[in-house]
Design a protein around this ligand. Sequence first.
Ligand code: PEP
Ligand code: MG
Length: 760
Amino acid sequence: MPVSAAASAREILTRLHDVMASRTPAQSKLNAVVEIIGESLRSEVCSIYLLREGVLELFATRGLAQEAVHVTKLALGEGLVGMIARNVETLNLDEAASHPDFAYRPETGEEKYHSFAGVPIIRKERAVGVLAVQHSDPRRYEEVEIEALQTVAMVLSELIANAGLVDEAGATGGATRPQSTATARITGFKLVEGMAAGAAVFHQPRITIEHTVAEDTEAERHRVYAAFDKMREQIDRMTSQADFGAAGEHDEVLETYKMFAYDEGWSRRINEAIDSGLTAEAAIERVQQRTRMRMRQIDDPLLRDRMHDLEDLSNRLLRIVSGQLGTAAQLGLRQDSILIARNLGPAELLEYDRRRLKGVVLEEGSLTAHVTIVARAMGVPVLGRVKDIRRLVAEGDRLLIDVTEETLVIRPSLAMEEAFDAKLLVTQKRRAAFAALKNVAPETKDGQRITVMVNAGLRDDVAALDLTGADGIGLFRTEFQFLVSATLPQREGQKRLYKDVLDAAGDRPVIFRTVDIGGDKALPYLDHDENGDEENPAMGWRALRLALDREGLMKVQARALLEAAAGRTLNVMFPMVSEPWEFDEARALFEAQRIWLEGRGHKLPLHIRYGAMLEVPALAEVLDILLPRLDFLSVGTNDLTQFLFAADRAHPKLAVRYDWLSPSILRFIRRVTREANAAGIPIAVCGEMGGRPLEAMALIGLGIDRLSITPAAVGPIKAMVRSLDRAALAPALETLLAKPPGDMRAALEAWAVAHGVELA
Ligand code: PEP
Ligand code: MG
């Protein structure tokens, strides 16, 4: 018997290397492989079963009857081979026939063999085949032999994938699926409404291993050493930067993570796998596969969490060693895709091809995080807070998401696909009904015209104006172009964009908000020392604060806007105004640019209107000072809510804790609306709140008659407005706010239902 795992695997791999490199057809290679393994492990039988059209087919054998090749087929879970594939586990038996799962196949002539060992051939964490050895002596194979088999199975997975011999997970919609990866329905949290079907794509893709057998073991060892150094450096940096102040559970988590990164046992096992002849990538994966198999047998949630850490580290190491550092966006989406990530930044999402990106599933996420807002603007449904999604789904899996139902189906059955399609049709019909409202004015039943505008930020968003029949763009988030750009956008580029937007809008107003950078909209190219490492970026150096300090940036934008709006009205709005003097300074900066341009004979806007966003609660206390200076005011409920409740808008745990329909928010908005109305200053709401029918109804009840919302919400909001009697709602809301019920949302919903308000 062979003496060490490395030596026995090494001997086999050296021989396999020549077979793999030969120019013979895949079948001949497999025939050679079973001979080599059978000989090396001194087994009378060695067989390879591969998963084809959902069943395991005997593809090559030494020892069993050759007539059985391509004839013997086993379903997943059928017989020992089927069990190995279904459970992705190794079996090692001295007496195969006495195992309860043994399924005798007379055509193979296997009755004379007693001992049996089989390992799964794994690709992308799925068994795509089984490698089995059998012997007439009733003895168990030794651990080193099993290890050698597992290593060989890894090399085989490369061979069979290159030859296209097996079902690739999710490669086609109709591919049959292993039972071990059965259909599952899980729930999440509604972030962006919609339905989508597509193949799972990880934002940070799993690495595909191109070569498993090493040419030069020493070189592989060096590669893995260097990768370990780099990974440990990254982890050290990460843990030292994650300064949480007080000690707590998070410290423990990070410490454990770090401990794994430095675990000598882990690096030793990878080294041993390299000794056995594998490449660095294959060795890392081989060790990870073994750990996965072991952990699968342990039913301890704590250990499972640790497994997550190890997976994460292992993937990190793989990415470093293979140099495959890009995201799925950089690699390019190849088909209709549903993106899977723990969380994303808005810029990361914007990198994706909108035509192929059908949906997003996040482990975290909240309603007003910018990634959610961007996704909403892109019309991409997002399901958030789906725990463990990265563990439950494999790259390429077919997914159906129905955000309205807050569900995600993994590897759906045919019946589920059909039900999904039927519902999609209904949704599309409803959407078409909303689209039919395009040319209908949003007027309440008692004759009040509500101005319904859209929020936009990208060039393509402007098309939404015509599609929805909105009254204008009430918030153009100019920072989006900064987020999608790799470098700071120049004046000419900005001017072109603003001009295109104004041209497309025609005589409908566009309100340009000056850059709101910072918070969760960090720019990689902005000086890190200045912009990064903030303990509390949402309340930090962002938006107007940053723009007033970085005058150059604001001046360039002012000039671009002024030039773009030559001969028309320019509406400018400043974000995160916290004190009136900030508004004054921003306005003065624009005016100075206007005078400068005028002095040089440039054509100027006919009229400039200056507005402020009300997002910082303190501003409400000084409206008497601010309002007379303004041409308009817009309430940004996303930031306002986070500051009123002191609750990070992007924090997944706080996503549902506070309600927009809480008395505190409604009373606050009522007060601001009254003051603005009294001063004769137009007031609008441009946060996400306004795009939700019930919330919009409440806002209108409070006296708001201008909304700027996400384009997809225009239809439902128009329908709601046209079914609403504002004169009846206003006093009812007053009564509710005078003595708020325990559940304001429920009370408002009841009122809406009782009064026939359409809530979509
Ligand atoms: C807001 O804060 O409500 C808002 C509209 O601005 P943003 O979401 O871009 O911060
Ligand atoms: Mg804001």
